[in-house]
Design a protein around this ligand. Structure first.
Ligand SMILES: [Zn+2]
Length: 347
C-alpha cells in the first residue's frame, strides 16, 4: 500500500535560481528543510545527494557507466542524467523530468522526491514546497498523461495478419540509456535493431512500420506514444538494452503489461506476441532469460499487443559483443521479424 503525502505549491517562473525551500521527511519523522532549490522552466530541482539521506538512503555516481545508483534496503535503484526512467529490479518508474546536472550536482525534480521514488520503494514521504508565492492544486503530472494514452487494439475482427507495426527505439539524444564499460550506448543499439526490423518489414512484406524516432534525439514518453499510436498499428515493440552490476547477468528479457486480459485469451495478446518473439530469439541462438509482467513499466494502458524487449546486457561480455556489432544487431532484427511474422500468421 502506497501512501504519499504530497503538497504541490505553485512553482516559481523559469530562470529564478536557488530561491525558496522545501521540507522533506519520511512519514513520522520531523521534516528537514532543504534550502538549495533550483528552478528550471517552472520546475523545482533538488540535489539527489541532499535528498537521499533524509529518506534514509544513499547513492553513488559512476562516471564511467554514467549511472547514479541509489542504495536501498531492498537493492539498488538506478538512473542516468537525461533518462526518462528510474529502474529498480525489473521495474521501470517513468519520471516527470529527467535527472540533470545543474551547477555541478546531479539534481532531481520534486516529483521524483514526492512521487516516483516513494512509489518505487513503497515509502511514505512527506514533502512540502515552502515557496509562499501561490498555493495551487496538484497539476496533472506527465505520469497521468502517460497513462491516459490508451493503446487500443483497433483491428476489425475479419482482418487477418498485421496492418502496420510500431517500434520504439528507447532513449536517444541527451539520454544514452544504459552504457557498457566500453562506452557502448543503449540508445544506439536500440536504434540499429529498430532500423533493421523496419527494413525487413518494408522489403519483404511491404508493411508500414512506424518508428518513434529515426535518429539520435531526445523524446518525452508522451511524444513516443503519440508517434506510434496510429489506428492501423496492430503491434508495438519497445527496444531497450540493460546493464547490471554483475557481469554474469545475460540474455533478453521480455516485458508485457501487468493487466491485460481478454475473454477469448486470458493471457492477453501481448503474452502471445511475447511468446512468439521469445521462441524466434531462442531459435536464432539468442538467450532469453524471461518473459515478465511489469507493473510500473511505461507500456501505457489498453490491449494493443505490446512487448518491451530488453535485448541483452551491455554489462555482459557475450551480450555486448552481439549488441555492439552490426552482425549481432542484424541477427536480433531478423529474429524479432520472424517472431512478429509468426504472431501475424496466428492472428
Ligand atoms: Zn532502456
Amino acid at each position: 500500500m502506497i501512501r504519499i503525502f504530497f503538497l504541490l505549491l505553485m512553482l516559481l517562473p523559469a530562470l529564478s535560481v536557488a530561491e525558496g525551500a522545501v521540507q522533506l521527511a519520511l512519514e513520522g519523522n520531523s521534516p528537514v528543510t532543504i534550502n538549495e532549490v533550483y528552478h528550471r522552466d517552472g520546475v523545482a530541482y533538488l540535489a539527489v545527494d541532499e535528498v537521499l539521506p533524509v529518506l534514509g538512503l544513499s547513492g553513488t555516481w559512476d562516471s564511467v557507466k554514467h549511472v547514479y545508483s541509489i542504495k536501498t534496503p531492498w537493492g539498488r535503484a538506478q538512473m542516468s542524467p537525461g533518462s526518462q526512467f528510474l529502474r529498480f529490479g525489473g521495474q521501470f518508474q517513468p519520471l516527470t523530468n529527467p535527472p540533470s546536472f545543474i551547477d555541478g550536482r546531479l539534481r532531481v525534480d520534486e516529483n521524483f522526491v514526492a512521487i516516483h521514488l516513494p512509489a518505487l520503494l513503497n515509502l511514505s514521504v512527506y514533502y512540502r514546497n515552502l515557496d509562499p508565492s501561490v498555493e495551487q492544486m496538484p497539476t496533472q503530472s506527465s505520469l497521468d498523461r502517460l497513462y491516459s494514452f490508451l493503446l487500443r487494439k483497433q483491428k476489425p475482427a475479419d482482418v487477418k495478419g498485421l496492418r502496420a507495426v510500431a517500434i520504439d527505439p528507447a532513449h536517444g539524444g541527451s539520454d544514452p540509456g544504459s552504457m557498457g564499460s566500453n562506452g557502448m550506448k543503449e540508445k544506439d543499439v536500440a536504434l540499429a535493431v529498430a532500423q533493421g526490423l523496419q527494413k525487413r518489414f518494408k522489403m519483404r512484406l511491404g508493411l508500414p512500420v512506424y518508428l518513434s524516432r529515426d535518429a539520435d534525439y531526445s523524446m518525452t514518453v508522451a511524444q513516443r506514444f503519440a508517434a506510434v499510436n496510429k489506428p492501423e498499428v496492430d503491434a508495438l515493440i519497445l527496444l531497450h538494452a540493460q546493464s547490471a552490476l554483475s557481469e554474469s547477468s545475460r540474455g533478453a528479457v521480455l516485458f508485457i503489461r501487468r493487466q491485460e486480459q481478454r475473454a477469448e485469451n486470458p493471457n492477453g495478446d501481448s503474452m502471445t506476441l511475447a511468446v512468439h518473439l521469445s521462441q524466434a530469439l531462442s531459435r536464432a541462438g539468442i538467450q532469453v532469460a524471461a518473459i515478465e509482467r511489469a507493473p510500473l513499466l511505461p507500456l501505457g494502458q489498453g490491449d494493443l499487443p505490446t512487448v518491451l524487449v530488453e535485448l541483452g546486457y551491455l554489462s555482459n561480455p557475450a551480450d555486448r559483443e552481439m549488441l555492439g556489432q552490426s552482425a549481432g544487431q542484424e541477427r536480433l532484427a531478423e529474429a524479432l521479424y520472424r517472431g512478429l511474422k509468426a504472431f501475424a500468421k496466428q492472428q
